[in-house]
Design a binder for this molecule. Structure first.
Ligand code: AP5
Length: 213
């Protein structure tokens, strides 16, 4: 099963993708994570995208679709597309990439959220440096302070683009370029809407209900 998680910055795409990986053995394909790895490794792609990401704007379609193409082979058990596609050209590129592998999107899960609440969510966010599990200063702390629930790692990090000004740009980019791809998937009958303002567990249960239907 291949699914897309769609929603603005902070909607909970990464959080839910990690849970789906743990519980269903699916593979999270996050273009945001791929780009951050490229930045950290100082690759030519990483150097090209750095300033764009720090401004909160979208990286070029060609770069992200190439990254997805490179990682698709490792997701034979089913992919969770997290943060991809984000534009019409990316949605079309994904169709072709999947078709070439005799695969197709089964569900597009739209996390419906209140953007103002998301600013709080994002500016308090931190992740485990080892496994990437997401946490929050007030909304979702590790069960044992300073120890990752998933991998027991003790080192955590924050993203440079998680400040209010950049978050506002990322949200505007979502409204202008990403939300307009929903009708493409609606026409195929693939869009399932989940209230992303519920607890993490309730959102996960609602997603499970769609995947099991
Ligand atoms: P990317 O890394 O994809 O960031 P994003 O879409 O802005 O999404 P986030 O990772 O910020 O949010 P999320 O929805 O995953 O929320 P999370 O689960 O972490 O992209 C970063 C940049 O890379 C882009 O700006 C762009 O420059 C570039 N890029 C990436 N992909 C691209 C593409 N395809 N095309 C072009 N450019 C691209 O949750 C947030 C916080 O809330 C966490 O602290 C979490 O613990 C908490 N939380 C989650 N769910 C709940 C809940 N239900 N209740 C309470 N708290 C919750």
């Amino acid at each position: 099963m291949d699914i897309i998680l769609l929603g603005p910055p902070g909607a909970g795409k990464g959080t839910q993708a990690k849970r789906l990986e743990e519980r269903r053995g699916m593979v999270q394909l996050s273009t945001g994570d791929m780009l951050r790895s490229a930045r950290e490794a100082g690759t030519p792609v990483g150097l090209r995208v750095r300033a764009v990401m720090d401004r909160g704007e979208l990286v070029s379609d060609a770069i992200v679709s190439a990254l997805i193409g490179e990682h698709l082979e490792n997701s034979g058990t089913g992919a969770i597309f997290d943060g991809y596609p984000r534009t019409h050209p990316q949605a079309e590129a994904l169709e072709i990439l999947l078709e070439e592998r005799a695969r197709k999107i089964d569900h597009v899960i739209e996390l419906v959220v209140d953007e103002e609440a998301l600013v709080t969510r994002i500016t308090g966010r931190f992740t485990c440096s080892k496994c990437g599990a997401p946490y929050h200063d007030t909304l979702h702390l590790p069960k044992v302070a300073g120890v990752c629930d998933i991998c027991a790692g003790t080192d955590f990090k924050r993203r440079p683009d998680d400040n209010e000004q950049t978050v506002r740009t990322r949200m505007a980019e979502y409204r202008e370029k990403t939300a307009p791809i929903l009708p493409f998937y609606e026409a195929k009958g693939l869009v399932r809407r989940v209230d992303g303002m519920q607890s993490v567990e309730a959102v996960a249960a609602a997603i499970d209900a769609f995947l099991d239907s």
